[in-house]
Design a protein around this ligand. Sequence first.
Ligand code: SF4
Length: 379
Amino acid sequence: MFSEEIDKLSWQETTDCIYSKSEADVRRALSKEHCTVDDFMALISPAAVPYIETMARLSRRYTEERFGRTMSLFIPLYLTNSCANSCVYCGFHISNPMPRTILTPEEMENEYRAIKRLGPFENLLLVTGENPAKAGVPYLAQALDMAKRYFANLKIEVMPLKSEEYAELTRHGLNGVICFQETYNRERYNVYHPRGMKSRFDWRVNAPDRMGQAGVHSIGMGVLIGLEEWRTDVTMMAHHLRYLQRHYWRTKYSVNFPRMRPAENGGFQPNVVMTDKELAQLTFAMRIFDHDVDISYSTRETPFIRDHMATLGVTTMSAGSKTEPGGYYTYPQALEQFAVSDERTAWEVVRRLKEIGIEPVWKDWDGSFDQGFQHLSNV
Ligand code: SF4
């Protein structure tokens, strides 16, 4: 399990190592076809700033070689804002006296239909807070069963589950799971996650292991930028990615580095601010480090940075997102989890992507692929 691996990595030594990188280390990393985590540390370090244009060119080249000039589009649907956790940066935390909603089956159906009217979305991400009693595995199974009549590719971003629960949901059409670690800083993790199941660092950091064991096809990882030193956090995520690729090599991986936005929870202010230029540097570094990983940007980011990075490394984007439960049809005015920066409609995003020479992809997965893979693995 990765919890044992991360204990071998010192947060402080990793930070010191990143900040001690030289331009020679950066040039060495740029000359390699296959970078190590140590090379990645050089590429995200301050020493790499003078090389950012070289990094952008390399990132674009690797992205086009692997993905072509395409962008996979997805849309999130928040099923509930009910949550037993108390993440200090989130408007849905348990102590916030706000109305709570759990979509009924009828409301889900209305949301699925409303999303289909926004665009020909086939990639749907179902999101919940943590309420295992009322929005646990049976509820998710029902949501997936209904969603697969409308969408080809179903992912969830929910509380970490047991391996057998992930396996059960794959039988209901689940294709991918996203679970952000938020921060890999074990010492500081509980400052941000003081109560509830999410306060259990090991349970969360081992969730991708359990997904891999369950045979989930796609695993999404992420750190929330704004909590701890971002360079150290993303280095830990790079270690995690390599570890998972060694152990669950059939799985497809995606990474995300959302920058914290204000939430309506009394105003947690980010401890760390990442500039647009630093986000670009990190995106280029991740692409040079891993040519195949999906790099995803959500509507937390502005149209400006999303449009610019669409040709330089990003391969997946949400579009037309609402971050409140039932936000597409049932409760269009409810409290959102975080403020959206890109408020363009899906079609406006599509039009802009085409203008800059990127082909939007609505569907890049079909359930029948699963049977094909199963067949191949039986041969
Ligand atoms: S971040 Fe997720 S787990 Fe934490 S309070 Fe918000 S909804 Fe709940």
